[in-house]
Design a protein around this ligand. Structure first.
Ligand code: ZN
Length: 167
């Protein structure tokens, strides 16, 4: 299975709002498998289809320490959120940058699994952060957009400079 290239901030394609998946077929299941492989290889704990330039509402997450709790969420929808937590986040699309972001402490997310079955997950801690981070990607939002404009400008400048050196 091929590893997928990951878009890097500030690539404007990361701002695309993803469309809902209308039919869960083999192409979607295949996309989810390739995304999971790309996430594990990176390594990361979550990946949204937006980050691999596919603008459909699909995310994969494995926030477990044992790296064997893969979640594939299709058309995920945040239905409840409460509390506040601040956690240091990073992102495969923003390599080398970590910063504190304020998120809800507990969330409930409704989604479809790869068999098209409706599922609901309640999460707190790291998994809740990860769900909110990945759902943001589907809305065209990267975690650095939660930071101050000054920080965003610095991060952009740093990554643009890096990409010139490696290009
Ligand atoms: Zn991310």
């Amino acid at each position: 299975m091929p590893l997928l290239p990951i878009l890097r901030f500030p690539d404007p394609r990361l701002k695309t709002v993803a469309a809902p998946v209308e039919m869960i077929d083999d192409s979607i299941r295949c996309l989810a498998r390739d995304m999971a492989e790309t996430m594990y290889e990176a390594p990361g704990i979550g990946l949204a289809a937006t980050q691999v330039d596919v603008h459909k509402r699909v995310i994969v997450i494995d926030a477990s320490e044992t790296r064997d709790h893969l979640l594939v969420l299709i058309n995920p929808e945040l239905v409840e959120s409460e509390g506040v937590q601040v956690c240091e986040e990073g992102c495969l699309s923003v390599p080398g940058i970590y910063d504190k972001v304020e998120r809800a402490e507990r969330v409930v997310v409704r989604y479809l699994d790869p068999d098209g079955k409706a599922q609901k997950i309640s999460a707190d801690g790291l998994l809740a952060v990860c769900l909110q981070h990945e759902i943001d990607h589907l809305e065209g939002k990267v975690f650095v957009e939660h930071l101050s404009l000054l920080k965003q400008m610095r991060i952009k400048a740093k990554l643009v400079k890096q990409s010139r050196i490696t290009a």
